[in-house]
Design a protein around this ligand. Structure first.
Ligand SMILES: Nc1ncnc2c1ncn2[C@@H]1O[C@H](COP(=O)(O)OP(=O)(O)OP(=O)(O)O)[C@@H](O)[C@H]1O
Ligand SMILES: [Mg+2]
Length: 562
């Protein structure tokens, strides 16, 4: 998880995240003002209380008791109200931003899809949508404003103590704020950061290993590798436990260091106060007010000192999210291009490589007309599926042209292209929804009749009728019980339902028995008069229906002529 080094500095990430606030910034300013005033009111309760005590001790105070009591109570009530508005503002921002960020991430995923997502681990995308976003929520709701509030409140107390009590006390307070809010966290952050990063890396790796073991439990049992796996799980869990202990130890140490510093400065302030009174540089009353004000003012800086542990995580999350938002898609959506109605396909001089170096396909030439079934054969890994993906513009082709009705694929509106061309890929994914909904993804307004018809063509209708609830049966409830062939035929039914004019079939019959293959091939023959079908298959029986066959070899594609 921590393998990818951050390219941005912490300050850079923070600035970018704050920039994402946009027009919400004013809410945050309000929240900071409310938070600062709230803290000051909280201190007002103790300070006015102290003023009352000082007056009772006989010092001259230009305030009546009712006023002092009124101010104390008023501060207490106001504190609650202000705190409410501060929290409200912060969470308002946080949740608004969560929505905005999620929207941005989904937007980015959509443009990166499908090409770049193929190479991304699904786990890391899920982690981004869930935990990274939550971490950022903490940043917006509980990080930015505490820092601002600490600065404002500390400055206010410094001035108040200076003017009302003594500048010596004020100075002591200032040194305390810097020590607690900046120096102590800086000293402990190095160790905290390291143990935090180690802990999260171990945690992620343990999770991944455990999940992988569950997914592969069949292979483990088959190979009698259970005890070996168990030993490894135990070893990793011991490491995780050690890292957890280390991290907790460091967290506790950092918290203890903060508390200790606060206590030391409280004693120091008190000593300074007593010395000032002793040498008649300050009245006892003003000393009490000043000292009480300083004692009550550490809350905001303590809150800041608790941040660094969170911040490293925030930076890591922020960096991942910003990286995703900055990633350039492999293919850009065409919106202002042409719309076509498929008639023919003509490919010439087409070359493509995934990594920009080794060409998977080079100088490909082929064509297809309506009424034709085109076969593509070639060894495993030669680039057949890649070719089909290029026809759909899932990847950006290198050089050459892929022309539909004479228009290059890069100039055809993306939505329109997918209306004209459909593909049944090597593995069909079924959503955790009813069979009906799984089919209707190809045509949301399909009637029951259309749907059943498509399933008959794909030779899967009879099977669906044997299910407990027919078309309403949940594919998720069937889980892995659907055979590969049944899934494949549902995939085919989707393609027939979509009624695109060019159908790309990647090994459509690889998992189907010969009776069902016969039905599917018959369907394809019937369909071809109005369509083009491009068929990739290793099976000779399937290839037999092709009108023309191309063979892919060493990146080249040549028409097979007998
Ligand atoms: N997303 C990708 N990134 C990088 N390389 C890829 C990617 N997808 C496929 N390849 C590589 O491109 C080559 C062609 O793969 P492709 O899936 O097109 O082969 P294929 O002819 O369909 O094979 P099969 O008959 O086994 O399905 C392979 O070497 C494969 O490893
Ligand atoms: Mg393939």
């Amino acid at each position: 998880m921590s393998k990818i080094k951050s390219r941005r500095s912490g300050a850079n990430i923070m600035a970018r995240l704050v920039l994402l606030l946009g027009s919400l910034a004013y809410v945050m300013i309000l929240a900071v003002i409310n938070g600062s005033l709230g803290f000051i009111c909280a201190m007002g309760v103790t300070v006015f209380g102290a003023v009352g005590v000082v007056k009772a001790l006989g010092e001259v105070v230009a305030m009546s008791y009712p006023l002092i009591i009124g101010l104390t109570v008023g501060c207490g009530v106001l504190r609650g109200v202000l705190r409410y508005f501060e929290q409200y503002g912060n969470h308002f921002i946080a949740f608004k931003l969560l929505a905005v960020l999620r929207d941005k991430i989904f937007g980015a995923l959509r443009t990166l899809c499908p090409a770049k997502l193929e190479s991304k681990q699904k786990g890391s995308i899920i982690a981004m949508i869930t935990s990274d976003i939550e971490t950022l929520e903490v940043f917006y709701a509980h990080t930015v404003s505490p820092v601002c509030i600490a600065v404002i409140v500390s400055a206010a107390v410094f001035l108040f103590v200076g003017f009302v009590s003594s500048w010596y006390l004020a100075l002591a307070a200032l040194v305390a704020y810097i020590a607690i809010g900046i120096i102590v966290p800086l000293v402990s952050s190095g160790r905290l950061k390291e143990s935090g990063v180690n802990y999260r890396a171990e945690f992620a790796s343990f999770n991944a290993y455990f999940l992988d073991s569950i997914k592969g439990i069949k292979e483990i049992v088959l190979n009698n590798a259970g005890s070996m796996r168990e030993t490894e799980v135990n070893r990793r869990s011991d490491i995780l436990l050690k890292e957890t202990k280390k991290m907790k130890h460091n967290t506790v140490r950092a918290a203890a260091a903060t508390e200790l510093t606060v206590s030391l400065f409280i004693i120091l302030t008190l000593v300074i106060g007593i010395v000032l009174v002793h040498f008649d540089m300050l009245s006892a009353g003003r000393m009490i007010i000043g000292v009480v004000a300083v004692f009550g003012s550490f809350g905001p800086v303590i809150a800041v000192s608790a941040l660094p542990g969170n911040l490293t995580q925030t930076f890591a999350s922020g960096d991942r999210v910003l990286n995703l938002l900055a990633e350039t898609p492999a293919v850009t959506e065409v919106k202002n291009g042409e719309n076509i109605e498929y008639e023919n396909l003509s490919v010439s001089d087409l070359s493509f490589s995934y990594d920009g170096n080794a060409e998977v396909l080079s100088d490909i030439k082929m064509h297809a007309e309506k009424g034709e079934i085109i076969g593509i054969v070639g060894e495993s890994g030669c680039g057949k599926s890649t070719f089909l993906k290029l026809l759909l513009r899932f990847w950006q082709k290198g050089s050459g042209t892929i022309a539909y009705n004479g228009t290059d694929v890069d100039g055809i509106n993306s939505g329109n292209l997918l209306d004209n061309v459909t593909m049944v890929s090597q593995s069909t994914y079924l959503f955790d929804e009813s069979i009906e909904d799984n089919l209707k993804i190809a045509k949301p307004d399909a009637t029951q009749e259309e749907m059943e018809n498509a399933c008959r063509l794909a030779s899967v209708h009879d099977f669906i009728m044997t299910l407990p609830e027919g078309y309403k049966t949940s594919a998720g409830a069937l889980g892995d019980n659907l055979s590969a062939g049944e899934k494949q035929r549902i995939g085919l039914a989707r393609a027939f339902l979509k009624a695109a004019e060019l159908i790309l079939l990647d090994e459509p019959t690889s998992n189907v028995d010969s009776i069902n293959e016969g039905i599917i091939l018959k369907t394809l023959k019937e369909q071809k008069s109005r369509k083009s079908i491009i068929l990739v298959s290793h099976r000779e029986s399937t290839m037999a229906i092709a009108d023309r066959i191309y063979k892919v070899e060493n990146g080249r594609m040549a028409e097979v002529t007998e």
